[in-house]
Each structure stands twice: as structure tokens, then as C-alpha cells.
Design a protein around this ligand. Structure first.
Ligand SMILES: Nc1nc2c(ncn2[C@@H]2O[C@H](COP(=O)(O)OP(=O)(O)O)[C@@H](O)[C@H]2O)c(=O)[nH]1
Ligand SMILES: [Mg+2]
Length: 316
């Protein structure tokens, strides 16, 4: 899956990618250096689909190169999803020219692409002019081309750009048979955990923190930002204490990774377990009966969870 994110410098392309795919928050990406040339990064979106994101750095000298005869084909061929992004608070200068070349080459080298998504970014700023940009970019387009271009005003700072990107990528998952098969298998494995333990399970991807699948169907959730970090800090502190206790009772501490956290509410237990490299699984029990708690503990330490982990690690 090649996702090409294209647009002038400073549009917010790198910020969008990092905050969506790495679960970074906006403050962490505020001082990004301009991307030089094309940077390519791979992510596993929702634990299901491998994304190959091409962030075409937007300085003018690079732009010329992407459109040059020797580079065009490499940049614009085999695209699954084409995204064009602009900073609507900046003067427009030659953005129309860049955009027209961009969509022309997308249709030429990736004729199967059915839509181009234009993100009109930075609408959080007072001086943003998304309406003007819409006018400029959509001006003089042939009717059937205009119908294939979708404009959305967004803000990476406020999170609507990430939301939109996720929507676009989810649409790609749904069109992709292999991704849907993989998702079906994951749901099946989660249901096996559920049937053993009277609890609902949710599986989250890392590092983006997005829900992969759950036993209660689809639901929207904010990405689990900093999940890993929290678990990590707890880990190092708790392990020290744990080691001391074990030494005091004359047992050598096992090199276990303290990877499960249990929360307790009035009505249920919430158990969260880190699955190394592949994600985070969360279980919510239906009640607080000891046998239900034990059931979840057994499920999280048993064959079914191993099967799920193995499947998630298996290549996409
Ligand atoms: N106010 C505001 N600033 C943004 C937004 N998105 C990106 N930026 C800032 O714009 C600058 C350029 O972003 P960057 O991701 O490097 O742009 P790129 O050149 O397209 O990769 C950075 O300082 C970002 O913090 C946004 O939605 N609102
Ligand atoms: Mg960049």
C-alpha cells in the first residue's frame, strides 16, 4: 500500500503522519525540520494493513525534481491513496500549478486511483483561507476530474486531520480483501478468548494506539496515546520492588516482564496486557466474581492468546 502525501513545504504532512501513525501528540512534532526530498516510512495501520507512506518534502527545488521526467514514474506509480495537503494560512503562490501537475501525474501513472483527497490544513489559525484555497485548486478542472477530488478542511493541531486520514485509510482496508480476511481471523481469535472467560476484549494496535478489533463490534475510541510509556515506567519501578520482595523471601526473581495491569471498578475488573511488538489487549469483566477474574487470567496466559499473538506477528 503506497500512500503518497504531497504538497508544498509547511503544509503539515510530516506532522500528520507522525501524530496519526506513531501516536505522537501535536506538541511533540511542533519543531520538525523540513523534510528533505522524499521520506518513506512504513507503518502497520490498525495492525492489519502495511502502509508505505511517501512524504514528499515540499521545497520548490524538490517539487521540480518530482515532476521531472526521470522521477515522475517512481513517485507517482503504484499509488493506492493520493493525498494533497496545503497550509491554508500561507500565501498560495504557485500551489495551483503544483496541484495540477500532481493530479495529472497521479491519473497518468496510477490510473486505478479512484479519488484524490485534498486536505486544507491549519483551519485552527485565524488567518486560514480554506474557501479561497478550494476555489483556487478546483478552478478550471474538468468535470469528471473534479468529481474524483475530495476537499476537506482540517487541522492537525486540533485532530480533525488525523480523523480524516484514518477515515480514508479505513476505506482502503474495506476495499482490500486480504486486510478483511486478516481482520476476520483476529475477530475469531478474540471471540475464542471471550467464550472462555465471560468478558469483552479489545485489541489495540501499537504504536498508533488504534483499535484493531473487539468482541463488541466496532466503536470509536481515541488512540491510546503514551500507553507504552506508562507501562514502561511502571515496569521499571515495579520490577525493582518485586525483585527485592522475591530476594527477601529467598526466591530468585524470575525475569518476568510485568506486562499486565489490573484496574478495579465497582462492577468489573479491567485488565490490560502488553503484547510485545504487536499491541495491547484489554479485557473488561462482566462482574467481579472470582471465577470470572480467574477465567480472564487464564485466557490471557493461555493457548488462545498465544495463537492471537502468533497471528498478529505473522507477516501481513
Ligand atoms: N497551527 C497549526 N500549525 C500546524 C498544523 N499542522 C502543522 N502545523 C505546523 O506547521 C509546521 C510545518 O509542519 P510539517 O509537518 O513539518 O509540514 P510539512 O513540510 O508539510 O511536512 C510545523 O511547525 C507544524 O507544527 C495545524 O493544523 N495548525
Ligand atoms: Mg515534512
Amino acid at each position: 500500500m503506497k500512500i503518497l502525501i504531497f504538497g508544498p513545504q509547511n503544509a503539515g504532512k510530516t506532522s500528520l503522519m507522525r501524530t496519526t501513525c506513531l501516536g505522537y501528540n501535536f506538541m511533540k512534532v511542533i519543531n520538525l525540520k523540513p523534510t528533505k526530498g522524499v521520506s518513506r516510512e512504513n507503518f502497520i495501520f490498525r495492525g492489519i494493513m502495511e502502509l508505505n507512506i511517501w512524504d514528499a518534502g515540499g521545497q520548490e527545488r524538490y517539487m521540480e525534481r518530482y515532476f521531472s521526467e526521470s522521477q515522475r514514474e517512481l513517485i507517482f506509480s503504484e499509488i493506492t491513496t493520493a493525498i494533497f495537503m496545503v497550509d491554508t494560512a500561507a500565501p498560495e503562490a504557485n500551489v495551483k500549478d503544483i496541484f495540477d501537475k500532481f493530479h495529472t501525474y497521479v491519473w497518468e501513472f496510477s490510473p486505478h486511483v479512484d479519488k484524490i483527497y485534498v486536505l486544507l490544513n491549519k483551519i485552527d489559525l485565524d488567518n486560514s483561507r480554506e474557501d479561497d484555497y478550494y476555489e483556487i485548486l478546483s478552478k478550471d478542472l474538468e468535470k469528471e476530474i473534479k468529481e474524483k477530488i475530495v476537499f476537506t478542511p482540517v487541522s492537525v493541531k486540533e485532530g480533525s486531520a488525523q480523523h480524516r486520514l484514518i477515515e480514508i485509510l479505513d476505506y482502503e482496508i474495506q476495499k482490500n480483501t486480504l486486510s478483511m480476511q486478516r481482520l476476520g481471523k483476529i475477530r475469531h481469535l478474540l471471540n475464542e478468548l471471550k467464550s472462555e472467560s465471560l468478558s469483552e476484549y479489545m485489541l489495540f494496535n501499537q504504536p498508533d494506539g488504534l483499535l484493531i478489533a473487539s468482541t463488541i463490534g466496532k466503536f470509536d475510541s481515541k488512540p491510546l496515546q503514551f500507553m507504552k510509556l506508562e507501562m514502561g515506567t511502571l515496569d521499571s519501578n515495579l520490577y525493582q520492588i518485586y525483585s527485592k520482595v522475591m530476594l527477601l523471601v529467598n526466591t530468585n526473581p524470575s525475569p518476568l516482564s510485568l506486562s499486565t495491569i489490573v484496574y478495579e471498578s465497582d462492577d468489573s475488573y479491567v485488565l490490560i496486557k502488553q503484547l510485545e511488538d504487536v499491541g495491547v489487549i484489554m479485557a473488561v469483566t462482566k462482574n467481579k466474581k472470582p471465577e470470572v477474574f480467574n477465567g480472564v487470567m487464564n485466557a490471557l496466559n493461555g493457548e488462545e492468546l498465544k495463537n492471537l499473538e502468533d497471528f498478529l506477528r505473522s507477516s501481513i
